[in-house]
Design a protein around this ligand. Structure first.
Ligand code: R5P
Length: 290
């Protein structure tokens, strides 16, 4: 028997997963004690069952201890397996010590997750210098990709797209998205990150595609600067307002409002619950036969 139990904010995803797989919908109660410490209670009978905790990790610091307490408690209560369903996996971007003494938080975070869970499933983790999650996770970690879902959305909704990727590293998956989106043309920008909220984006010559609808795609929108700067550049060149598509809609601070003023529409997957969600990753993350 399998249970999907949501951490707060993940109710819809857990309900969809439970419904699709005829699994039980579990419950985890959480609250704060007056001093701010976390209270956690597993409100489901987990003994002898596979317990899947659904927790996208868009704001990991606020939830992480409660998540670990839930996993440890489920194991103590006799769950056969305790798995993490994290459609967005946090802390993957700091994968190198750039300055003396900097934490390589992707490795540390992976170690902490691996200590409390038996397996992990996630969507498009931001692996930059690492090839595979197995380099940092000691538990089985299944990765699914949402790029083709975005491509299908483009094919269905955009008449004459020009797909634009954020940087040269994205070229391979941008090409695959463009191909699946009906053989659309694509270009990639050249991006230089100058700081957490400061990027320089150089968009190539777009004059052959002046009549097409620009479609910006990226795996993550975080500060939003990459898409905002690209959209500004498109406006300066007299292109139509872009459609902006992302797998993970983090949208820190005012990024969603700022990008909204420059974009025709913003679309994301439900890997992170957000008003821009229009594509579901539920099919991707439901369990495979094992
Ligand atoms: C970078 O490699 C990623 O693909 C995204 O372009 C980046 O994480 C977006 O970040 P931001 O929204 O802060 O520009």
């Amino acid at each position: 028997m399998r249970i999907y139990a949501p951490m707060p904010g993940n109710e819809t995803m857990a309900q969809r997963l439970a419904a699709r797989t005829a699994a039980e919908l579990g419950a985890i109660e959480t609250r704060r004690f007056p001093d701010g410490e976390a209270y956690v209670r597993i409100a489901s009978d987990v003994k002898g069952k596979e317990f899947n905790i659904v927790c996208t990790l868009a704001h990991p610091d606020a939830q992480f201890l409660s998540l670990i307490f839930a996993a440890e408690t489920a194991r103590e209560l006799g769950a056969t397996h305790v798995n993490l369903v994290a459609p967005y996996l946090a802390y993957m971007r700091q994968d190198k010590s750039f300055k003396q003494g900097e934490a390589i938080s992707s490795a540390h975070f992976a170690r902490l997750i691996s200590q409390s869970f038996d397996s992990l499933v996630t969507v498009d983790p931001h692996l930059h210098r690492r090839r595979d999650l197995s380099e940092i996770f000691s538990i089985p970690a299944r990765v699914e990709h949402a790029a083709l879902l975005l491509a299908d959305w483009i094919r269905t909704n955009v008449a004459s797209p020009l797909v634009i990727g954020p940087d040269v590293e994205s070229e391979q998956w941008v090409a695959a998205v463009a191909e699946r989106a009906g053989g659309a043309p694509y270009v990639v920008s050249a991006k230089t990150r100058l700081g957490d909220r400061n990027v320089k984006v150089e968009v190539p010559d777009l004059s052959p595609w002046r009549d097409r609808r620009p479609v910006l795609i990226d795996d993550i929108v975080s500060s939003g600067r990459t898409m905002i700067e690209t959209a500004r550049e498109l406006a300066a060149r007299g292109m139509a307002k872009p459609l902006c598509l992302a797998v993970h809609a983090l949208f820190a601070d005012q990024a969603y409002t700022e990008l909204g003023a420059l974009a025709e529409q913003i679309i994301s997957t439900d890997a992170i619950p957000h008003p821009s969600n229009a594509v579901s990753v539920v099919d991707l993350i439901e369990p495979r036969q094992h």
